[in-house]
Ligand binder design. Structure first.
Ligand SMILES: Cc1ncc(COP(=O)(O)O)c(C=O)c1O
Length: 338
């Protein structure tokens, strides 16, 4: 039995999802003629109470397209120091949009309205024009931590007061909403744009949607084409995302419970240090000098269990749709030996 806990992106479509994909109605999406993509965009927009959506091949593309539409070259955006848009999208903020980033040192990926306000600067000819704030929910490098809506309402108020757009990288937004029970429509009201991924916890093979106003999405459509993301009969892939929305949200709480179970076992180990709060499906922790990351991952690998090394003797484990209770038992046994 192979158990891959490196990321929630490693899942493969289930037979039910594949059957649904196989039966999708498709057309040329560059001509707006793919019924399945049109349906997915409409469905996702309606869940978050947004006017429109656009289906893209990846979360990187939805985030980068959003940044491109919200900004002008020479602008500045504000994000947390751990943000995916800043750390893991190939320098795309600078490359695609000619924008520089100002980093806020938040709490495991989340910052407050007060911290945002303190990071703003007044207008001056010689200062970059700040135009965009991005938040990440849940925060990947923050260990799957999530925002409370009331805190983001405060952030949105600072944005409004200072004429800044607010983008949410919601690659794992449904993991967050599973825990808070908050309504996606309320989140749609506070964020100008939202990126939602289907290829993470929701278990689809490909794709993300970007949501926003009609005008914003019309501009994002041009950017998607410019980035090479205009798809033709992409409806087969969009169908997997529709299936994921209908079938794979409720079960996310199982991933969270399994992550918490693994975290508890790890916490009983004397060599495990600095574990970030495990709020959803991600566990980030470090090892002290008595146990190297290579030795730890090597031992797990012998039991066919894969986890990620993320530097400085730190490790990451992510639970997902292809990880079940039977596998959890195998992981428990392997960890207890270590
Ligand atoms: C928080 C976050 N945002 C965006 C992305 C980018 O998604 P993709 O891999 O589909 O480009 C990821 C990928 O893991 C992520 O974790």
């Amino acid at each position: 039995m192979n158990i891959d806990l490196r990321s929630d992106t490693v899942t493969r479509p289930t037979p039910g999802m594949l059957k649904f994909m196989f039966n999708a109605k498709v057309g040329d999406d560059v001509f707006h003629e793919d019924p399945s993509i049109n349906e997915l965009e409409k469905k996702a927009a309606s869940i978050f109470g947004k006017a429109a959506g656009i289906y893209c091949p990846s979360g990187t593309m939805t985030n980068q397209a959003a940044i491109k539409v919200h900004t002008q070259p020479g602008d500045e955006l504000l994000c947390d120091v751990t943000a995916h848009v800043y750390n893991y999208e190939g320098g795309g903020i600078a490359f695609n949009s000619g924008v520089q980033s100002k980093l806020i040192h938040g709490d495991n990926g989340r910052f407050t309205a007060k911290q945002l306000e303190a990071s703003l600067h007044p207008y001056a000819d010689w200062l970059p024009r700040t135009s965009l704030v991005t938040i990440e929910n849940t925060s990947n490098r923050g260990g799957g931590t999530y925002y409370q809506l009331k805190n983001v309402k405060e952030i949105a108020a600072v944005c409004k007061k200072n004429n800044l757009a607010l983008h949410m990288d919601g690659a794992r937004i449904f993991n967050a909403l599973t825990e808070t029970g908050e309504s996606p429509k309320e989140w749609g009201k506070v964020c100008d744009s939202i990126s939602v991924c289907f290829s993470k916890g929701l278990g689809a093979p490909v794709g993300s949607v970007l949501l926003g106003s009609e005008e914003f999405i019309a501009k994002a459509r041009r950017v998607r084409k410019l980035f090479g993301g205009g798809m033709r009969q992409g409806g087969y892939l969009a169908a997997a995302c529709i299936y994921a929305l209908d079938n794979n949200i409720k079960r996310l709480k199982d991933d969270h419970q399994r992550a918490k179970h693994i975290a508890k076992i790890l916490q009983s180990k004397t060599y495990v240090t600095n574990m970030l709060p495990v709020e959803t499906n991600i566990i980030i922790f470090s090892l002290d000098a008595s146990m190297s990351a290579e030795k730890f991952t090597g031992a797990l690998k012998k039991d066919n269990i894969l986890i990620s090394m993320i530097g400085n003797n730190a490790l990451r484990i992510v639970t997902h749709l292809d990880f079940n209770d039977k596998m959890l038992k195998v992981v428990e046994k392997a960890l207890k030996k270590l």
